[in-house]
Ligand binder design. Structure first.
Ligand SMILES: *Cc1c(COP(=O)(O)O)cnc(C)c1O
Length: 229
C-alpha cells in the first residue's frame, strides 16, 4: 500500500469508529509516529498533509527534526529522562509522557528559560502492569494540584498505553478507565483547568480507543509503515 492509501484507510477507520460511538471525526487528532522511518519518509508524510509528527526518542528524532523541524507540529511520546529535557524543549510542542514530578520540574525550568509553554499529557498506568510507565490513577489528583505551580506546562489531558499483546478489545477497559479518570479529575477541581484530551490508541487498538473517547491517537506502523516495508 502507498502512504496515500494508508492515510485514506486510517481516516475511514476513524470515521467508522466515530460513527459507532456517535462522535464527530473532527474530535479525533492523529499523531503520525515516525520512529520506524527515515527523514525522507517523514518528509513525505508531511507532504501528504499530515500535521502532527510523533517520536519517542530524541536520538531517532534528531535527523528528522533537523531536516524538517520547521514543518508540522512535533510530539514527544516516549519516556524522557530529566537530563534530556534540554534536547527537546522548544522543538516539541507536546509531550505525551509526563509521568513524574521531577520531570515536570525540569520541563517547567527549561520552558520558563526559553519563554515558551509546552502542552502535556500526564501518562497514567491504568492497567497497573509493573512493566508499564506512568503514574497510578490515585496519584494524578495530587499531581494535578502540584502542576498549578508550573505555569509553563499546559496540562491538557491524560495518556495511557494499553497492554501491547492481545486483542484490541482487551484494551477497552484500560481506555475506558482513562476516560473515567479524566472525568473524576475534572470533577475534583484539582487541575488548573478542565482536562480536555485523551491520548490513547495505537495501530492495533485505535478504533477501540476512539470508541472510548480518544481525542488523540498515535499511529506508527499502520499509517507511516516501517522502513523495511
Ligand atoms: C511506537 C509508539 C506508538 C505507535 O506504535 P504503532 O503500534 O506502530 O502504531 C504509539 N505510542 C507510543 C508511545 C509509541 O512508542
Amino acid at each position: 500500500m502507498t502512504l496515500e492509501q494508508r492515510i485514506a484507510q486510517v481516516n475511514e477507520s476513524i470515521a467508522e469508529a466515530c460513527k459507532r460511538a456517535g462522535r464527530s471525526p473532527e474530535e479525533v487528532n492523529v499523531v503520525a509516529v515516525t520512529k520506524y522511518v527515515s527523514a525522507e519518509m517523514t518528509g513525505k508524510v508531511l507532504d501528504s498533509g499530515v500535521e502532527h509528527i510523533g517520536e519517542n526518542r530524541w536520538q531517532t528524532a534528531r535527523p528528522k527534526w533537523e531536516a524538517l523541524g520547521d514543518r508540522g507540529t512535533w510530539h514527544f511520546i516516549g519516556q524522557l529522562q530529566s537530563n534530556k529535557v534540554k534536547d527537546i524543549i522548544g522543538k516539541f510542542a507536546y509531550i505525551h509522557s509526563l509521568d513524574r514530578l521531577s520531570l515536570a520540574r525540569e520541563l517547567e525550568r527549561q520552558a520558563a528559560a526559553a519563554d515558551i509553554k509546552i502542552k502535556a499529557f500526564v501518562q497514567v498506568n491504568i492497567s497497573g502492569e509493573e512493566s508499564k510507565s506512568g503514574m497510578l490513577p490515585e496519584e494524578t489528583f495530587e499531581f494535578m494540584r502540584r502542576m498549578r505551580d508550573f505555569p509553563h506546562i499546559d496540562a491538557i489531558g491524560l495518556m495511557t498505553m494499553a497492554p501491547l499483546d492481545g486483542e484490541a478489545e482487551a484494551a477497552r477497559p484500560v481506555f475506558r478507565g482513562l476516560r473515567e479518570l479524566k472525568d473524576r479529575l475534572n470533577a475534583s477541581g484539582e487541575p488548573a483547568k478542565p482536562l480536555e484530551h485523551l491520548s490513547m490508541g495505537m495501530s492495533g487498538d485505535f478504533e477501540v480507543a476512539i470508541e472510548e473517547g480518544a481525542t488523540w491517537v498515535r499511529l506508527g506502523s499502520i499509517l507511516v509503515g516501517k522502513e523495511e516495508d
